[in-house]
Design a protein around this ligand. Structure first.
Ligand SMILES: NC(=O)c1ccc[n+]([C@@H]2O[C@H](COP(=O)([O-])OP(=O)(O)OC[C@H]3O[C@@H](n4cnc5c(N)ncnc54)[C@H](O)[C@@H]3O)[C@@H](O)[C@H]2O)c1
Length: 375
């Protein structure tokens, strides 16, 4: 096999990012697309000259090797199950699932079916993030003690739409924190190579009073086991093009990164490896482009990485357990908002053991500060 034949489930925004990103890939070939909305399936498949399906069984009964799942969050678990049971490798969009129980179910099903499984966490494939991970691993900032991270997008039109899944506590597993916090937490945990211990969160609802919508803005303070502290700030209501930022402060240097800059990284480090760039702000060159280019770059690298894992029969480095950890951190943030204080990972696990983590999402709307009503 020299390339991997992919099918796509879902024909929405994310599907189009992946299809465009891999259009000329030598190892990722999207051949088929399934969406329950027949018209949508035909329209998007037509644009990429692939075969549309509006029946899942028919879509899965052909000779594709792998499937990329890009549907609303509450459907991830059932789609992963269907694809794994059909014997295909599974690449599923973030967030893995909306509950820890859903994540466990996916891990069990894909292990039982002996298929490759990775969550499509494109932030781990962003060249700027990979550069930062390597720099931290090489000790260029010493021991990181403080991390700041941010993602902002404009989702107000979707959040004003009654019935649309985005921002729904159950259908989306929450609002901005589940949607974008999953990226932030997977990235921070990967860079730090550490385990989350506790979290404190503020959640606000800014743009809509639709009862079915959860928070559209969130700020979370995190404490990791080795002592580093971090903040994650996410917004569904910013009046800018989408962007991301991360800052890492360590005992020997600092890194600031912003996807909105042409050269996204600046490092100031006293490490000897930096040579003549020691002790001054230095901008390394990485593959990057401001929105929407960085989506294209990370989606291509991610899908090609997963294809390479299939072709070379190796397990993806980003494990389902790490993806589950990001969901645990999101839920820890929601639990903290419910308790009105710092929540510990042990408390989250106690909820998982006793009531199940869906119980956190069921209470979510009642714990969000409603700025819309206050106006
Ligand atoms: N990595 C990223 O940066 C990024 C960006 C956007 C979205 N996403 C993720 O991609 C996923 C999809 O998000 P989106 O924004 O594309 O959503 P979307 O609403 O634009 O598209 C979802 C598609 O799924 C289809 N669908 C719904 N129910 C279905 C079913 N039962 N069977 C088949 N198809 C069904 C819809 O018809 C729609 O075409 C989510 O997990 C989201 O978080 C990731």
């Amino acid at each position: 096999m020299t390339f991997v034949k992919f099918g796509m489930i879902g024909a929405g925004i994310a599907a189009r990012y992946h299809l465009a990103a891999c259009k000329n890939s030598p190892i990722v070939k999207f051949m088929r697309l399934y969406d329950k909305d027949e018209k949508n399936a035909k329209r998007v498949a037509g644009a990429y000259k692939i075969t549309p399906f509006s029946n899942l069984e028919e879509f899965l009964s052909n000779d594709i090797d792998a499937v990329l799942i890009a549907v609303p969050h509450f459907l991830h678990e059932q789609m992963v199950t269907a694809v794994a049971e059909a014997g295909k490798a599974v690449l599923c969009e973030k967030p893995m699932a909306t509950t820890l129980e859903g994540c466990d179910q996916m891990i069990e099903i894909t292990r039982k079916a002996k298929v490759k499984f990775m969550i499509a966490e494109n932030h781990r494939f962003q060249p700027a993030h990979q550069w930062i991970k390597d720099a931290v691993q090489k000790g260029w900032v010493g021991e990181p003690f403080l991390i700041r991270s941010y993602e902002g997008v404009m989702e107000i039109p979707n959040l004003m739409q009654p019935g649309f899944w985005k921002g729904h506590p159950i259908k989306a597993g929450g609002g901005s924190l589940m949607d974008m916090g999953a990226h932030k937490f997977a990235t921070i945990q990967w860079i730090l190579d550490d385990v989350i211990e506790s979290a404190y969160a503020w959640l606000t609802k800014q743009c809509t009073n639709l009862e079915e919508k959860a928070e559209d803005n969130a700020m979370v303070f995190l404490k990791y086991k080795r002592g580093a502290i971090a903040e994650a700030v996410v917004s569904f209501t910013v009046v800018t093009p989408p962007t991301n930022q991360i800052e890492i402060y360590g005992t020997k240097g600092s890194i600031v990164e912003n996807h909105a800059w042409e050269n996204p990284i600046k490092i100031n480090s006293h490490h000897k490896d930096l040579g003549s760039n020691r002790g001054r702000w230095f901008e390394p060159k990485v593959e990057h482009g401001i929105y929407p280019k960085y989506y294209d770059i990370s989606a291509r690298r991610e899908d090609e990485y997963f294809a390479a894992c299939i072709l070379e029969d190796k397990e993806p480095e980003f494990t389902p357990e790490q993806a589950k950890d990001a969901i645990a951190t999101v839920l820890l943030g929601y639990l903290s908002a419910e308790l009105g204080r710092t929540a510990t990972r042990d408390e989250l696990m106690e909820v998982a053991r006793t009531k199940g983590t869906k119980s956190i999402l069921e209470k979510l709307n009642s714990v969000i500060q409603n700025n819309y009503l206050a106006r």
